[in-house]
Design a protein around this ligand. Structure first.
Ligand code: DP6
Length: 334
């Protein structure tokens, strides 16, 4: 076993994973499609402890640059995940894990996806297992953060939902250079969301519109995929925005309801519609949080970013683009 640091990007879902068919095995109720990000990343260092009989240790690198014990819920998820990987690789010995994100955590910018993606890649390598992309994706999924299954791959990714496949894994369907889209994340509120995605998955079926969502999704998924492969921004924007609103329609009509939007969220949605009417190729999508991911073609990114800075409620903008997927780094967190 050796010390390894892995870096994995967050991903933005274009077709959302919202609802599970099997919570224990983290199997999604519907297929999803995402774009892996380049700059919003998690770093994770995993190393054997000097005393292999000691307890595993999980730390978090805070904004001041100091390592501190990880929050209990996150720590427990990490401990379960490294134990799962240790069992699979028939390895023993205590591990030390440290992790950090370079963007707001738990605010609908997929920090769990990149965090558990980086943890999976680093732990597999530290345990001496050269897992292939499908194996990495399956294990990342089992971490509990289903969207982590997509963050261990670069470019444009699909995660199928096949009830007959107990080992569901995501796969890349177009490489990062297929369409150099930008993701300008309009940060309305960087705070941790009040209701977790896990709770969102549980409550989704209680919405009276959920069954209808599952009926229309195959067609919408095909439309997003086809538009993306054809670089057809007009149809891409229509299907992506429809899907973003649909996720929040389900959330808001669930029992009890979940409201992720804030006034700034609606202001950005409006502004993006106006930009499109002015001829710019921009569209919006929102995960489980108030922050809006504004997707646009690279040639229009400067103008779109400038316009977003003037929208009331927008605190900052994180400019991101399509990423290559996980990598290893020489600089360790400890
Ligand atoms: C709305 O269960 O993967 O982002 O563990 O918090 O990453 P985290 O959530 P997860 O659900 C993701 C829900 C979503 C849509 C998506 O990413 O597909």
């Amino acid at each position: 076993m050796k010390k390894i640091t892995a870096v994995a990007g967050a991903n933005i879902a274009l077709i959302k994973y919202w609802g599970m068919q099997n919570a224990e095995r983290v199997l999604p109720a519907n297929p999803s499609i995402s774009m892996t990000l380049r700059h919003c990343v998690s770093h994770c260092t995993v190393a054997p402890q000097d005393d292999p009989t000691s307890d595993d240790q999980v730390e978090w690198l805070n904004d001041a640059g100091d390592l501190e014990p990880a929050a209990p819920m996150f720590r427990d998820g990490v401990l379960r995940h490294i134990e799962r990987l240790r069992r699979h690789t028939h390895k023993s010995g205590a591990l030390r894990v440290a992790t950090t994100n370079n963007f707001p955590t738990g605010a609908g910018i997929a920090s769990s996806a990149s965090g558990f993606g980086a943890l999976t890649v680093a732990t597999c390598a530290a345990l001496g297992w050269s897992a292939n992309p499908a194996e990495l994706s399956r294990f990342a999924r089992l971490s509990g953060s289903g969207s982590a299954a997509r963050s261990v791959l670069g470019g444009f990714v699909e995660w199928p939902s096949d009830p007959r496949d107990p080992e569901s894994a995501a796969r890349q369907f177009a490489p990062p250079d297929h369409w150099p889209l930008c993701d300008l994340v309009a940060v309305i509120d960087p705070a941790h969301k009040a209701v977790s995605s896990l709770e969102g998955h549980r409550r989704a079926p209680s919405s009276p519109y959920y069954t209808r969502r599952l009926e229309v999704l195959p067609d919408r998924t095909r439309r997003v995929r086809d538009a993306l492969l054809a670089h057809d921004f007009t149809h891409f924007a229509q299907a992506v925005e429809e899907e973003a609103i649909d996720l929040h329609l389900i959330a808001m009509s669930a029992r009890p309801p979940m409201f992720y939007w804030q006034p700034g969220t609606v202001a950005v949605l409006d502004a993006v519609r106006c930009l499109r009417a002015d001829g710019l190729n921009a569209c919006a999508t929102i995960d489980a949080g108030p922050n809006v991911h504004v997707l646009c073609i690279a040639a229009h990114a400067g103008q779109v970013q400038q316009a977003l800075t003037e929208v009331p409620g927008v605190r900052t903008i994180i400019a991101d683009k399509v990423g290559d997927g996980p990598r290893f780094a020489d600089k360790h967190l400890f």
